[in-house]
Design a protein around this ligand. Structure first.
Ligand code: ADP
Ligand code: F6P
Length: 473
C-alpha cells in the first residue's frame, strides 16, 4: 500500500496518462484544493487505483508549474511537470499536430518536425521514470493513449519486473498511412514494450499486428506478436464505454428534468430538438454536419418554426492552429445560416461554445429528440453512448457516423457517411420522422448494449487479461 505519495516502489497499481484524474478547485476558505475530474476513464480506474493504494501519474494541465506528489481520496497523485516549450512540442505539436491527424485517417495533414519528436521522447522518458520510481516489485502499470506510446518500452528497460498494459483511445491507422511517420520503427518498438496493447476496435488491433509483421519483421499468430527478445505481446480490442447507470440516474433527477424543461422553453418549445455535443475538433465532422443542417433549414425541409438544432462545442486545444481555424469557420457558418434561414424570434442553429457540468449534459440528452454524432473518424465516441444511456424514454433517435468506433456496437442507430452530405440530410429526416415503434425498438436494443458493456466491464476485461499474463522470467 502507498505510504507517502510518490515514495519509492510503494504502488502495486499505477496508471500513467497524459492528464491527472484531478482538477483544481477553490475551497470555501479561499485556499486551493483538488476535485476528481469528470470523465469515464477516471470513473473506471479510480476505484482500482484506490483498492491497491496505487498512484496516478499525469500532467496537471498548466505549463511551468511544479506540483509535489500528494494523496487524494485514497490514492497517490504524481504530477509530471511540463515547461511551456514542452507543452508546445510534446502536447500541441507531436501529440496533437502529428499523431492526432495521422491516426484519424489524415483528415487534416499531419506535420512532422524532428524537434517535436525529440521532445516527445524526452517527455515519455519523464513519465516512464516517474512510473519506474513508484511501482512496487512486480506491480501492474497501465499506460494510456497516443501521447505516451513510447512509455511501455522505456519503462520495461528500466523495470523488467513489471506487468505493463497500454490502451490506445484513438484509432490505430492502416499501415499505408502509418508508414508516413519518420519515426515509425521507434513507435512500434515503444508500444511493443507492453504485454497487452489494447485498441477500441478489432480493425485497429489488426492494423497493429500487420504492421508488426510487415514493418517490424516479427512473427505473428492471430492477435499475438512475438518480439525479438522472446516476449509475446497481445494486440486486442477492448471497446471503451461509460458509466451508464450513473448517467441514467443523473438524467432522472428532478434537477435534470427541470433543466431539460427549461431548455425546451428557452428554445421556444419546438416540435423537435436536434442535438450535437462534441469537442470542437476537426475529426468530429462539424463542418459537414452544420452544412447539412444549414441546407435543411434554408430549403425548408426542416421548418425553423418547429425545429431547432442545438450544437454544443467544447473548447479544446485552443493553442493549436487547426483548432483555431475550425473555431472561426464554424462561427462563420452558423452566423451565415442563421441570418439566411432564421425567422423573427427563431434562431434555427443554437450554438454554444462552452463546457458544461455532467448534469446539464444529461438534461440536454434527455431533451433531445434526435442526437447527431457524425465524426469523420473517431476511436469510439462516448457521446453516442451517453445519449443512449441518458435518454430513457423510447422516443429518441441516434444518427451515427459509420466511422465512429461506436458504430460497431450501436448498430441500431441511423447510420451515415458524414462525407455524403445529401445522404446525411436524408438520414436526419428519416430519423426525425420515423414511427414511434421504430424509435422504441432501436433505442431499447442500444440501451441493452450500453448497460451490458459499461466502463466497469471495459476496465475489468482489460485488467483481467493483463492479470493472466505470465510473470516476467
Ligand atoms: P473525445 O474523447 O474525442 O472528446 P468522446 O465523445 O469519446 O470524444 O468523449 C467526450 C467526453 O467529453 C464525453 O464524456 C462528453 O460527455 C464530454 N463532453 C463533451 N462536450 C462537453 C461539454 N461541452 N461539457 C462537458 N463535457 C463535455
Ligand atoms: O480520447 C482522446 C483524448 O485525447 C484523451 O486522451 C484526452 O483526455 C481527451 O481526448 C481530451 O483531449 P485533451 O486531453 O487534449 O484535452
Amino acid at each position: 500500500a502507498a505510504g507517502t505519495p510518490g515514495s519509492p516502489r510503494s504502488a502495486d497499481f499505477v496508471v500513467v496518462a497524459n492528464r491527472l484524474p484531478v482538477d483544481r478547485k477553490k475551497n470555501k476558505d479561499g485556499s486551493q484544493g483538488w476535485k476528481t475530474s469528470p470523465g469515464g476513464l477516471v470513473t473506471a480506474l479510480k476505484p482500482v487505483v484506490q483498492a491497491h493504494g496505487g498512484a496516478w501519474i499525469g500532467w496537471g494541465g498548466s505549463a511551468d508549474e511544479h506540483i509535489d506528489p500528494f494523496t487524494f481520496d485514497g490514492h497517490g497523485v504524481v504530477p509530471v511537470d511540463l515547461s511551456s516549450d514542452e507543452v508546445a512540442e510534446y502536447y500541441e505539436g507531436m501529440s496533437n499536430t502529428t499523431f492526432w491527424p495521422l491516426y484519424h485517417d489524415c483528415v487534416e495533414h499531419p506535420e512532422y518536425h524532428r524537434e517535436w519528436w525529440e521532445t516527445y521522447l524526452e517527455i515519455n522518458e519523464r513519465f516512464a521514470r516517474a512510473a519506474a520510481e513508484i511501482a512496487s516489485p512486480g506491480a501492474t502499470v497501465w499506460v494510456q493513449d497516443y501521447q505516451l506510446q513510447n512509455v511501455p518500452a522505456l519503462l520495461r528497460s528500466m523495470r523488467p519486473d513489471l506487468k505493463i498494459g497500454f490502451f490506445l483511445h484513438i484509432p490505430f491507422p492502416p499501415i499505408e498511412l502509418f508508414m508516413q511517420l519518420p519515426w515509425r520503427f521507434q513507435v512500434i518498438d515503444g508500444l511493443l514494450g507492453a504485454d497487452i496493447v489494447g485498441f477500441q476496435e478489432p480493425g485497429s488491433a489488426h492494423n497493429f499486428v500487420r504492421l508488426g509483421r510487415r514493418l517490424g519483421g516479427l512473427r505473428t499468430y492471430r492477435d499475438k506478436l512475438f518480439t525479438t527478445d522472446g516476449r509475446t505481446v497481445t494486440a486486442k480490442a477492448y471497446p471503451i464505454s461509460i458509466d451508464s447507470q450513473e448517467l441514467l440516474d443523473l438524467s432522472r433527477t428532478p434537477e435534470a428534468r427541470e433543466i431539460a424543461r427549461q431548455l425546451r422553453d428557452d428554445l421556444g418549445n419546438p416540435e423537435r430538438i436536434f442535438l450535437g455535443v462534441d469537442r470542437l475538433d476537426y475529426t468530429k465532422g462539424l463542418r459537414h454536419r452544420v452544412q447539412a443542417f444549414g441546407e435543411l433549414f434554408t430549403s425548408g425541409q426542416l421548418d425553423p418554426l418547429n425545429n431547432v438544432y442545438l450544437q454544443v462545442a467544447t473548447p479544446t486545444r485552443e493553442g493549436v492552429r487547426r483548432y483555431q481555424i475550425l473555431h472561426r469557420d464554424i462561427d462563420e457558418m452558423v452566423g451565415r445560416i442563421n441570418s439566411q434561414s432564421g425567422r423573427i424570434g427563431r434562431t434555427p442553429i443554437q450554438y454554444r461554445y462552452s463546457s458544461y457540468p455532467k448534469l446539464a449534459l444529461a438534461a440536454m440528452y434527455r431533451a433531445a429528440d434526435v442526437m447527431v454524432v457524425s465524426p469523420l473518424r473517431d476511436g469510439m465516441n462516448l457521446v453516442a453512448k451517453e445519449y443512449v444511456a441518458a435518454h430513457d424514454s423510447d422516443d429518441g433517435a441516434l444518427v451515427l457516423s459509420e466511422f465512429a468506433g461506436a458504430a460497431l456496437e450501436l448498430t441500431q442507430a441511423y447510420m451515415v457517411n458524414p462525407y455524403d452530405v445529401n445522404g446525411m440530410k436524408n438520414q436526419i429526416l428519416r430519423a426525425a420522422g420515423d414511427s414511434h415503434a421504430n424509435h422504441a425498438r432501436r433505442m431499447r436494443a442500444m440501451r441493452k448494449q450500453v448497460f451490458k458493456h459499461d466502463i466497469e466491464a471495459w476496465a475489468g476485461s482489460f485488467l483481467s487479461d493483463l492479470g493472466s499474463v505470465p510473470d516476467p522470467q
